[in-house]
Design a protein around this ligand. Sequence first.
Ligand code: ZN
Length: 201
Amino acid sequence: MILPIVAYGDAVLKKEAEEITKDYPDLQVLIDNMFETMYAASGVGLAAPQIGKSIRLFVIDGSPFAEDDEDDDDVDPDPRAVGMDGFKKVFINPIIEEETGEEWGFQEGCLSIPKIREEVYRHEKINVTYFDENFNKHSESFDGYAARIIQHEYDHIEGILFTDHLSPLKRKLLTKRLQNISKGEVKVDYKMKFPAKKKGR
Ligand code: ZN
């Protein structure tokens, strides 16, 4: 089932989310719905607060970042895309233990903030411990686009949006557009819930 994605301005996106246990009701259904919702919106990651649930869970499928450049051998492969084909994972109660390496900039977007993309700087490598959908514990390192997506989704369960990483000036320049998103005055081709939308519009 496709769930509406909560838009910028909703309080749930600013809240630190709660850990869950194995017994969380209908967890597998929720995970399936989150993947379905993410694919319907052509996203590569979706965190539970974005569908209105303040819990520490996010899903990722970074396949769109995988390079299909088998034909053009003259192009150097992007090292940040290595391993992205089939990079589909569920993260429950994750903890980013360490972030290392140089910070690099990338134009990030967010399903809760449609039509806005801005450069965000993040460390290139992370170590993260997390539980998968079967509540098996993992401790892994990621870099490149994989680390980038995890860092973005992890921010969501901490109540942080990519716009929070921008300079005060950049954020000021975006104020009006962000307000319009909250009011639903933005064109999107997936289902959304707008916190400041007036009735009858
Ligand atoms: Zn996001």
